[in-house]
Design a protein around this ligand. Structure first.
Ligand code: PEP
Ligand code: MN
Length: 308
């Protein structure tokens, strides 16, 4: 993997590396990268109406600024798509997990869940961010989300890059766990070169030989924060300690480390019943852990003298 060279700064990422550029990233009225940390919190997956309303209420009362939630899940295996299951709390019959959704069915179920996801966000004053996994979902998602998340699996998906370069809504670009800052900033340059400048990047862990605990999926690259501030000073940096650690007991510590390192915000999984979350139950925080973390983050922001 190559490091960023001075030749790259001049020839390959001249727009991303601009020092005098004021980048405006605003998601549903929330400014990202403007000094005050932006905390995006909520469940991995929108499972039902009551679940997302409960999560929205709790994270907004704790001081979060945006609501996260996945509806299109980038599944490793084709079976057990949460979109195919009846909403949590409804008494519809469970679908056979081996039964794979047709595209129109997928979009229909997604629209229902985006509906109450957006309502929950509006009720509690939280713009919503959700992952897009296919360009086929773009017209639907345009009507609901305030920010598009591009997951690590899609970092280089050129169809998504071209389609998202056309949307007015801001983007959250995750780095693949095996990719360098150089190639990540290359993706950013693809957007800047097409005039799409309202995006933030999101670090969610890198794959390295483990030194301590094989249950933790990746290692959070905290050093990416100062490195990105050096190479791409206008690009807001969000840290996702949930997918980086994959382990509940590590999440708060890594979130604090990220904020102390100068991150512009966090993307963090919070669920009303974390152990029973449909997806990623090992990493979601419960409400009281999240409240405690928010108080600590406020303390860190104060020490760093970040404006509120
Ligand atoms: C997520 O945020 O729920 C997610 C699946 O993200 P990632 O692409 O980091 O795995
Ligand atoms: Mn998740």
């Amino acid at each position: 993997m190559k490091d960023i060279s001075s030749g790259d700064l001049q020839n390959n990422i001249p727009l991303v590396s601009r020092k005098d550029f004021q980048r405006e990233v605003v998601a549903g009225g929330v400014r990202i990268g403007a000094g005050s940390p932006v905390i995006m919190a909520g469940p991995c997956t929108v499972e039902g109406r009551a679940q997302i309303f409960e999560a929205a209420k709790a994270v907004s009362e704790a001081g979060a600024h945006m609501l996260r939630g996945g509806i299109f899940k980038p599944l490793t295996f084709p079976y057990g798509d949460p979109l195919g299951q009846p909403d949590r709390g409804s008494d519809g019959p469970a679908r056979d997990r081996m039964d794979v959704l047709a595209v129109d069915e997928m979009l229909r179920h997604a629209e229902r869940r985006f509906g109450y996801f957006k309502e929950a966000g509006e009720k509690y004053g939280l713009p919503i961010v959700s992952e897009i996994t296919t360009v086929r979902a773009l017209p639907l998602m345009e009507r609901y989300v305030d920010m598009f998340q591009v997951g690590y699996r899609h970092m280089f998906n050129f169809d998504l890059i071209l389609a998202l370069a056309e949307t007015k809504k801001p983007l959250l670009l995750k780095r693949h766990y095996g990719e360098s800052l150089r190639s990540w900033l290359g993706v950013c340059e693809h957007f800047d070169a097409r005039g799409k400048t309202n995006y933030a990047v999101c670090e969610r862990g890198v794959s390295v030989p483990h030194t301590h605990n094989v249950e933790s999926r990746a290692i959070l690259d905290v050093q990416a924060v100062p490195a990105l501030k050096e190479y791409a000073p206008s690009v807001p940096v969000i840290i996702d300690p949930s997918h980086a650690t994959f382990k509940r007991s590590y999440v708060a510590a890594m979130a604090r480390a990220a904020m102390a390192a100068g991150a512009d915000g966090l993307l963090i999984e919070v669920h009303p019943d974390p152990e029973n979350a449909w997806v990623d139950p090992l990493q979601a925080l419960g409400f009281s852990d999240f409240r405690r973390l928010m108080r600590q983050i406020e303390g860190i922001a104060k020490v760093l003298d970040v404006q509120k």
